[in-house]
Design a protein around this ligand. Sequence first.
Ligand code: ZN
Length: 225
Amino acid sequence: MKKLFTIFFLLTIYECVAIMECNASEELFQIEQLNLIVPVTDASIEQFFDRSILYRPTFIVQDGLPWYGAIRDDWYPHTKPRKHYGVDYYADTIFVLAMEKGTVLKVGKNRKAGGNVRILHSDSIETMYLHLSKVFVWNGKTVQRGDTLGIITKPEGNAYQTQLHFSIVRKGKFINPFDYLKTSIRFRETVQRRLMEFQKTKIEREWERKKLVEEFNRFQTNQVP
Ligand SMILES: [Zn+2]
């Protein structure tokens, strides 16, 4: 009986640890001395990859491609092609987390970005979070890594789907977070496999988007009387 109880006790502890690990966001990026986590709750690194750079938006032309550096040519208003200076993450409900400890530099809201938050982590590193439905922090607030900054429940600003856009700024310039994958996990099998999948789908998606934009432009031209 005592033995059974011990096994039950150990199993409970194991489950608690497993649940904690499931909810905790893993560190994914390392920039200078900072360790940045995946900026959403309940996403393993694998799920994060699947819902960001490997995700295919339903409205591929309007929403654009979800990765850093993608060339976008949004429909409304029809603008010149421009580079996407961040990474998009798609899900039905998103709890947005601070990627590292820092100070809230600015909380804002506008037509393009919806609710948005900027956090200063060090002299040179800043992170930005866009398309938030509700923001829970304010200017000057100190945040810890993993603190909830806000929630996204519907498309906000110029987003067509429920999505988070996040950017990392280093010394005043946008950088590609995936160039700073933590060395310790860079070679982990799952991460490497996802990155290989990304390289394969990237060319295909860019081609698909180019075709859709051309089709749209032709349609617009035909509409002119
Ligand atoms: Zn974006």
